[in-house]
Design a protein around this ligand. Structure first.
Ligand code: ATP
Ligand code: MG
Length: 337
């Protein structure tokens, strides 16, 4: 990978990152309509396309190496664009290497366990990219905004005192540290939507019959708690953006830009992991050479002994002759009066 490209991606994602220890105040600190100097959607879509190709390449290496796993946590208010982000960003990646888990209101069985239990059951394996569509952060968001959720969790008295949120932040940070130390990198994305853009998207879900199913009256009830959610998100971002698992606040009012940012943050993480294809030993290489000789001997009459090697040699030859033709043309042009 060209270092220049890695540097450009690092530069692009840097302003989205919440520095560990900074106090975030939403909506003031992050503009949901920001688009980082990319004025045209066309340019953004083109960049996303090349980002998707890069992700596919890195994911193949991640799977082959089978040492690291990546967990992407997506949080947003309703209509923030989580589903579309997953669909677009992961569109070029081999589905076998990705697992997506969504988290809704917890079931009775889930409430019968500690609050992180259901999330730990859905973690990616080594070599996989796991996506949490909503995540363990619901435990300090919806559960905080609606305390009846906490009451349902059957916690002992000492575990639901006034320090419950501070404690949960610490427990979540520790859990993420533990996962990181064990080879699982965590990418946390908050799709930051404005209240006005949410209104527009809700109306579209009502106006377009094919989108009606996406709208629930509960969404409007949650919208009424907008300020409480902004506060809960601000405190969560301030307390749980760590060196090992930082938060990225993604401007989400333009879907194309949000998708580009999400792809860039994921690419940045994979570049940092830099997974490598496993190298085979000299012994294995020797065995492979022997098998190749046997297979070449089996070639039917008239067929190349090794069609793959022949096609590689052929395209290298074509490339070389094209290059020298271009060189000649350039020289001729130069020499013309
Ligand atoms: P969409 O964007 O398509 O509507 P969604 O993620 O909002 O998808 P829904 O079924 O509409 O899915 O909503 C799931 C609901 O479950 C959300 O309101 C969310 O806040 C809630 N939820 C998630 N985790 C918890 C939790 N631990 N306790 C209580 N509620 C939770
Ligand atoms: Mg919903």
């Amino acid at each position: 990978m060209a270092d220049e490209r890695a540097e450009r991606i690092a530069e692009f994602v840097s302003p989205l990152r919440v520095g560990p220890g900074t106090e975030v105040r939403l909506p003031e600190d992050f503009d949901p309509a920001h688009k980082a100097g990319i004025s045209k959607k066309k340019d953004g879509v083109e960049l996303l396309r090349s980002g998707i190709e890069l992700l596919a390449d890195y994911q193949r290496r991640l799977a082959a190496q089978d040492v690291y796993g990546v967990l992407v946590c997506l949080q947003a208010l309703d209509a923030g664009g989580k589903d579309g982000t997953i669909r677009h960003v992961m569109s070029g990646v081999n589905p076998q290497g990705v697992r997506v888990a969504g988290f809704k209101v917890p079931s009775q069985e889930e409430l019968d366990h500690d609050y992180l239990w259901r999330y730990s059951r859905e973690l990616p394996r080594r070599g996989e990219i796991g996506i949490f569509n909503r995540s363990h952060y619901e435990e300090v968001l919806v559960v905080r905004v609606h305390p009846e959720n906490l009451r349902r969790q059957k916690l002992p008295l000492a575990a639901r005192g006034p320090d419950v949120w501070e404690r949960r932040y610490r427990e979540i940070n520790d859990w993420e540290r533990y996962l990181t130390d064990n080879g699982f990198r965590i990418v946390k994305l908050f799709l930051n939507l404005s209240k006005e853009e949410q209104r527009v998207r809700f109306l579209k879900r009502i106006d377009v019959p094919e989108r009606n199913w996406k709208f629930s009256p509960a969404d409007v009830r949650e919208r009424a708690r907008w300020d409480d959610y902004q506060r809960a998100f601000s405190q969560m971002l301030s307390a749980t953006s760590t060196e090992w698992a930082p938060w990225y606040v993604i401007p989400a009012d333009r879907k194309w830009f949000a998708r580009l940012c999400a792809a860039a943050v994921l690419a940045h993480t994979l570049i940092d992991i830099d997974p490598q294809y496993p190298q085979v030993s000299d012994q294995t290489r020797h065995e492979l050479a022997e098998v190749r000789r046997d297979l070449e001997r089996e070639a039917p009459e008239g067929a190349p002994a090794d069609p793959y090697a022949a096609s590689v040699a052929e395209s290298a030859k074509e490339k070389k002759s094209k290059k020298s033709k271009n060189k000649k043309n350039k020289k001729n042009k130069k020499n013309k009066p």
